[in-house]
Design a protein around this ligand. Sequence first.
Ligand SMILES: Cc1cc2nc3c(=O)[nH]c(=O)nc-3n(C[C@H](O)[C@H](O)[C@H](O)COP(=O)(O)OP(=O)(O)OC[C@H]3O[C@@H](n4cnc5c(N)ncnc54)[C@H](O)[C@@H]3O)c2cc1C
Length: 419
Amino acid sequence: MSFLQSQNGIRHAAALNGVPLIATRAAAAQAVPTSDELAARAQAVAAVAAKHAPAVDRAARFPEEAIRAAKEQRLLGILVPAELGGEGASISDAVDVCYVLGRACGSTGLIYAMHQMMVACLIRHGPDSAWHHRLLRRIHTEQLLLASSTTEGQGGGDLRKSACAVEQEGSAIALTKNATVVSYGAQADAIVTTARRAADAPSSDQVLVAFCRDDYRLEHIVGWDTLGMRGTCSAGFNFEGGGKIDQVLPEPYQTIHAQTGMPVAHLTWSAVWAGIAASAVDRARAFIRGAAQKGNAQLPPGAAHLTRATASLRTLRAVITSALKRYETAAGNAPELESLEFQTSMNLLKVTASELAIATVSSALQASGLAGYRNDGEFSVTRHLRDAMSSSVMINNDRILANVATASLLVEIPAWLTK
Ligand SMILES: Cc1cc2nc3c(=O)[nH]c(=O)nc-3n(C[C@H](O)[C@H](O)[C@H](O)COP(=O)(O)OP(=O)(O)OC[C@H]3O[C@@H](n4cnc5c(N)ncnc54)[C@H](O)[C@@H]3O)c2cc1C
């Protein structure tokens, strides 16, 4: 399913495989939040997130106040279609919320982004699944928080291979996974995880399975004391889950990853990193303004770095909005989504956004000098820099660049700039 912006501005869900989730215009009109209303709700959460961000970062603790506020503002179920009781908001809406939250607290933004990426997968790839429909309803009514588990053992960021396998006996399933990185695994209400389809399946024959909290047990194996994104609490666990075969999404993970998981992850994560970069630029601007006032309107030497930061932030925002437009236009067209060209551009979005976010924050730091370099004070951008640095290792940029190397040889450079 995709969410499209109709000409009269009412977003509604498009049909996929004759899904009984098709939002009627009337239903969507009732449910879809207006941009102003959504912005106000996101800003209310951002205010809470910003207030607690330094403490969250210092203690590497879960941003419980911000996530509670997000639940109170009913932001966790915005993507859930109106037919399932949700708001039927678009991916653009979710991306905007990621940006606003990332601007306040990188960890809160990233938690929200990872949650929405999994919600998007459930919506699009469980169209006939009563079990997943029930879960989606609960995500809206109970404001459940979903975590994602792809990283396994020492396998790093290779999402397209699993070692663990779904074991099936009749309608019952069991899964044991060495889940070495699961952001907010201990705090989530459900974990959506990759696994091999069956014990005799090759590592690339994967499925996506949702387990609610009562379905699994987590044994803590490694902590999360990192440079940045400390509030995501991305600890490692031995995961032991059990449930019903209905909890396995019907489509292969290969399809889910190509059509939804990867593009929505890269769009929402990039929005969070852009939010972090925007916040660093805000601080650098305030510093340069203050310095100019003290210097009788004479701009300090660091002003050129602020210009550079502003320029890279503009490019970053443009890169994300253009990719977002492309995704929402292609969302109803599976072959287009799976085309080499589209996959390459969405993969490269992550690398480009990561590099631009880091460059923007670094320029903001140069603009404000020691005031930005300090861990304390209103102009500090140290948390921003540390959080932004996570973008290049979260599914390593090198891995992505290596994966798209062949595609770069095959995909032709367009003859025209605008067509
Ligand atoms: C903030 C944050 C939150 C996260 N949250 C989650 C989560 O909720 N759930 C989850 O499952 N995982 C999560 N992860 C983990 C993430 O998905 C990746 O698994 C992880 O970032 C991989 O890190 P790695 O350096 O160990 O592995 P790798 O990606 O294997 O990289 C290791 C090194 O090998 C190099 N390398 C690896 N492969 C190649 C290649 N093909 N070509 C060239 N170089 C290569 C890289 O340059 C890198 O230096 C999170 C990570 C971060 C940073």
